[in-house]
Design a protein around this ligand. Structure first.
Ligand code: C5P
Length: 397
């Protein structure tokens, strides 16, 4: 089991998403983890300690000054016991207190007292999440090495729609699995391109595509968890940079090529996951184009192929491409593998609804010069781990 022998301290904050934390305990335990629970005072208003005690199989701690709890396992011992501390839900208030380094109740004290890695799963109203104070707190915490898992976007208990939903328990358990992944990529330097590119028409307009960047970001997160030193060269996306990953922001295909080439000599693996625009505008207008006639024609020129340029280098890294196709997937992917001189290509059928482009799940047919393997539909983080495991195996083959 993927979390066997892992000791996870789950801190539950006082938010409506706390009811999902009960399920999270089960998801972690069914993967082999030993789970102990600490609840904030607020959390006990949403879910009872008895529920968490029954599910975790251990008494739940919530009081800093509880002699009975301290006699069983003191708060410092609890903080020391953990291999990983997960805070789910991490409310805006808790996040502010963690950032301030407060030790005003057991949950904040454990965060301060543990030397284990900490992951926060934010959960709050979308306006509270985008508030500058919360964003500054999260950014500080991230700089201190605290991992942020989520939040997701969508409908909220308060009736609003936006970012701030806690990740689902299964997704959090998968993040924990990725976190403890075997270090198959230790010592590797991986560069990953992700997201769309934007090709300017004039100072206010551009041509782009619907790529969300999710697959590339999942690869970056999983590669980092597997021990690699990761550089993510990213077109414009709405996604947070995975902890420990160096991100270089670019806009156009030309920018992306320059950013890649500036650092490629150091890389041992290159994964082209970006949806690079095939064409750019031949002459970008320096002033905003006026709508003076009823039709308009844009002259386009081919963009450089970033992946093929990397694969053509004398000292090329192990090169992996993606091929999004709507028909004859294997045939076209094999053609690209040869034409671009790649070591591996991950092909997906983007005509299947809900998979691949701009979706949370994907399925891949991974092809290399001497073989292939199907990776069935699953979430992008799990798929990223599976693809990286294949890369690690074939790079050394
Ligand atoms: O667009 P195409 O199907 O040829 O893309 C296949 C692979 O090549 C993808 O991995 C993509 O990231 C990469 N690519 C690139 N630069 C381009 C076009 C595609 O790196 N201009």
């Amino acid at each position: 089991m993927s979390l066997s022998n892992k000791k996870i301290l789950l801190g539950i904050g006082g938010g409506i998403a706390a009811y999902k934390s009960a399920d999270l305990v089960r998801r972690l335990k069914e993967r082999g983890a030993e789970v102990r629970v600490v609840m904030s005072q607020g959390a006990k208003e949403f879910i009872t300690p008895l529920t968490l005690q029954a599910l975790s199989g251990h008494p739940v701690a919530s009081d800093l000054l509880d002699p009975a709890a301290e006699a069983a396992m003191g708060h410092i011992e609890l903080a020391r016991w953990a291999d990983l501390m997960i805070i789910a839900p991490a409310t805006a208030n808790l996040i502010a207190r963690f950032n301030a380094g407060m030790a005003d109740e057991l949950i904040t004290t454990c965060v301060l007292a543990t030397s284990a890695p900490i992951a926060l799963c934010p959960a709050m109203n979308q306006q509270m999440y985008i508030n500058a104070a919360t964003q500054a707190n999260l950014s500080n915490l991230r700089q201190r090495g605290i991992h942020l898992w989520g939040p997701a976007s969508g409908s909220q208990a308060c009736g609003e729609i936006g970012p701030g939903r806690m990740l689902e328990p299964l997704e959090i358990a998968k993040q924990a699995e990725a976190f403890f992944a075997p270090q198959l990529l230790a010592g590797q330097k991986i560069m990953i391109t992700a997201g769309p590119t934007r090709e300017a028409i004039d100072p206010v307009r551009y041509i782009s595509n619907h790529s969300s960047g999710k697959m590339g970001y999942a690869l970056a997160q999983a590669a980092q968890a597997m021990g690699a030193d990761v550089t993510l060269v990213s077109g414009p996306t709405q996604l947070a940079t995975p902890s420990g990953v160096t991100r270089i922001n670019v806009e156009s295909a030309d920018d992306m090529l320059s950013a890649v080439m500036a650092d490629i000599a150091k890389q041992t693996i290159f994964i082209g996951c970006a949806a690079v625009a095939d064409y750019r505008v031949a002459d970008i207008a320096t002033q905003k184009v006026k709508k003076s006639s009823s039709t308009m024609t844009l002259a386009l020129v081919r963009n450089p192929d970033i992946l093929a340029s990397v694969a053509a280098l004398d000292n090329k890294p192990f090169c992996v491409g993606f091929a999004a196709e709507t028909q004859d997937v294997e045939h076209y992917a094999k053609g690209k593998l040869t034409a671009k001189r790649l070591d591996m290509i991950a092909a997906n059928d983007v005509s299947v609804a809900g998979l691949g482009f701009n979706a949370d799940s994907n399925a891949l047919q991974v092809i290399w010069p001497t073989g292939q393997q199907a990776l069935p539909a699953t979430d992008k983080l799990t798929l990223a781990q599976q693809l990286l495991t294949l890369i690690a195996t074939h790079k050394h083959a």
